[in-house]
Design a protein around this ligand. Structure first.
Ligand SMILES: *Cc1c(COP(=O)(O)O)cnc(C)c1O
Length: 395
């Protein structure tokens, strides 16, 4: 007997619930056609929206920064982990998001936890959250001291009810937080209505644009620009891990928000800063986003093409409006089998089941990128049709 034997039982339980994860291994660059577990497949799984992971200018920026500044800072930002590059990136991200200031944090995940924890510090505060918000927002809520109120997904009537309830009205601070684009369904938050309601009820608005930065709005500035709400959203979270193709997160908003976060955000204070090469990569990524608008155009041309074809083939893509395109299956086992069969046919689309999505909402999730060619997408749809027919999911 070992003290760790309990893990065998836990693992068996996970396996019974189809929640045990076996890691797929990427054996090539993160590319639209990649080698995964020894097989060359059309990759419909990465968040590499603008195909920046392999962009020559971005790769060169990383290599140059490594040679010039070394491989890391070996310090947290508040000790001596802030380089000139970090400052420059924050200035440029504030310009990108059209805010006074921005602060780079280790990841999108920690940016969300940091903001919720730093701003919601009392039981008299209320954090209002969409039920489909990302796990990092849920954990941020757990780390905060606020009372949590969760509204049904994008249900503005329910949100209004919450904002008008006496308990919420008498709160010391109210903050609403929503994903800009929801990561499993690819639908866009109803930001114009959210902003109206929050303005009426004196509520701070925080939008997590992890899947919208580099994707939506003019030059990929995100949902705030997409809906023309400049100056009306208090806090914008972005990631450098998705469209930017590297790693990191940031908080964009007023100068006071940045200054306050520098002194209070626990991941920022207690975990080391990004290596200069990562920061240089993001700076170069921003240049590419501005200088090569054709990438954003191609992302959307590809997205429209894939969506039209997969719907024409008879599949249900739920409420998707963005490159994130779920194909609804409705059963965990079938979703896993569908994904495995597609893989054999040379297409990788991840199956997503309970508890990541609700029971009955099991699906394959596809993410279209600017790097795909129309012929790749045609082949992917053909494979979907073949497997769908075989499994009796298409007539
Ligand atoms: C991926 C994601 C995050 C986490 O971002 P990382 O930079 O990968 O930590 C946060 N929020 C949403 C909505 C996401 O999809």
């Amino acid at each position: 007997m070992s003290r760790m034997d309990f893990l065998k039982d836990e693992i068996n339980k996970l396996k019974e619930e189809n929640r045990f994860i076996k890691l797929r291994v990427l054996e090539s660059e993160q590319a639209p056609i990649a080698v995964i577990d020894g097989k060359k497949v059309i990759n419909l799984t990465s968040n590499n929206y603008l195909n920046l992971t392999t962009h020559p200018k971005v790769k060169k920026a990383a290599a140059d920064a490594c040679l010039k500044y070394g491989i890391g800072t070996a310090a947290v930002r508040t000790i001596i982990g802030t380089t000139t590059l970090h400052g420059e990136l924050e200035k440029r991200l504030a310009e990108f998001k059209q805010t006074e200031a921005a602060l780079v944090i280790q990841s999108g995940f920690t940016s969300n936890t940091a903001v919720c924890q730093s701003l919601m510090t009392s039981h008299e505060d209320v954090l209002i959250s969409d039920e489909l918000n990302h796990a990092s927002i849920i954990d941020g809520g757990r780390l905060s001291k606020a009372v949590k109120k969760v509204y049904r997904h994008s249900d503005m009537t329910h949100l209004k009810e919450i904002l008008e309830s006496p308990e919420v009205k008498k709160a010391r601070r109210r903050m609403l937080v929503t994903d800009g684009v929801f990561s499993m369904d690819g639908d866009i938050a109803k930001l114009p209505e959210i902003v109206e309601l929050c303005e009426r009820h004196d509520t701070i608005i925080m939008v997590d644009d992890a899947h919208s930065s580099g994707v939506l709005g003019n030059q990929g500035r995100g949902t705030v620009d997409h809906f023309d709400l400049k100056g009306r959203v208090d806090i914008q979270i972005g990631t450098l891990s998705k469209a930017f193709g590297t790693i990191g997160g940031y908080v964009a908003g007023c100068q006071d928000l940045r200054d306050y976060m520098v002194s209070t955000a626990r991941p920022f204070l207690f975990s080391s800063s990004h290596p200069p090469s990562v920061i240089a990569t993001c700076l170069a990524g921003l240049d590419v986003i501005y200088n090569e608008p054709e990438l954003l155009e191609k992302l959307w041309t590809n997205t429209k093409f894939f969506k039209e074809e997969i719907v024409k083939a008879g599949f249900d893509i739920n409420k998707s409006e963005t490159p994130i395109t779920p194909v609804m299956i409705g059963d965990t086992k079938k979703a896993v089998e569908f994904s495995d069969r597609l893989f054999e046919e040379g297409v990788f689309a991840l199956s997503i089941g309970f508890p990541t999505v609700a029971k009955g909402k099991e699906r394959l999730r596809n993410i279209i990128t600017a790097g795909h060619e129309i012929t790749d997408l045609e082949r992917a749809v053909a494979a979907y049709k073949k497997v769908g027919k075989e499994m009796g999911l298409l007539s």
